[in-house]
Design a protein around this ligand. Sequence first.
Ligand SMILES: C[S@@+](CC[C@H](N)C(=O)[O-])C[C@H]1O[C@@H](n2cnc3c(N)ncnc32)[C@H](O)[C@@H]1O
Length: 291
Amino acid sequence: MTEQNRDQIEYWNGEVGQRWAARHAALDAVFKPLTDALFKRAALNPGERVLDIGCGAGKTALRAARTVTESGRVLAADLSAPLLAVARQRAAREPASTAPIEWIEADAQSHDFGQGAFHHALSRFGVMFFDDTEAAFDNIGRALGSGGRLTFLCWRALEENAWVRVPREVVLPLVPGCEPMAPDAPGPFRFADPRAVLPILDAAGYRDISCDPIDRTLTIGHSVDGSAKEAVDAATDIVVDLGPVARLLRDRDADLRESARATVAETLEHHVRDGAVRLGAACWLISATRR
Ligand SMILES: C[S@@+](CC[C@H](N)C(=O)[O-])C[C@H]1O[C@@H](n2cnc3c(N)ncnc32)[C@H](O)[C@@H]1O
């Protein structure tokens, strides 16, 4: 690994990576409607070779491997050792009818994936963190070769994502001296304005670029027996431990984190319907073909 993406390497291998690893199953359940949209658009076929960029704990690579079946192949790349460890454990439990998956700790911005080695590159929220987005999509494009397809999900603006906005709004006043994030800095909302990425894809040699809004209601937490408290606790764990609220609380003392958690829980109580906390999410589903 090189100096590039050093902050992200530290971020995803540190406490945040550990938390994502611990909560992977809950997060995959929350994101299911978005993952379904990604796979519908990707329309993978048996026998295809698929590259998963920023594969995290492996949900999308595992699903790709099932879809392309044992005649296909999946390469799943991520910077995060703790997330890849979870992914490998999950893969060991998969049936033999799935494609072999190779998990690699690698920087998708620069790793040599092989020229034209893949029919398809996909990513669920793993492409917004590069130091050099141009270089990264160029590199991914080389791995695809002519006619190869790219499909990924990224977030629209924070304001449109109630599942993040609602808890963040109540935590912000508790956190003194919080710097707003630069819109073009690596981070989840970097492509909220698609003009930040679509010209880059064009310049990197992709054609037939499409960018469609995906709006879904996410079940952030639910309870088996309809108890509102269980649903709120589960939802609070997700929004406080992962994503932008976790960023706000990074390196803050335990008391502040505890009061943030209590405030978020109180807020989420107002969003319980039928034993579940449900809030809206807004993404871009972007796809393109390599020229
Ligand atoms: C928001 S998480 C999404 C993880 C996974 N795709 C999912 O949906 O659960 C972003 C992921 O991208 C990975 N990542 C960030 N920059 C990367 C890079 N340059 N190369 C490879 N992976 C990267 C992180 O380690 C992290 O696992």
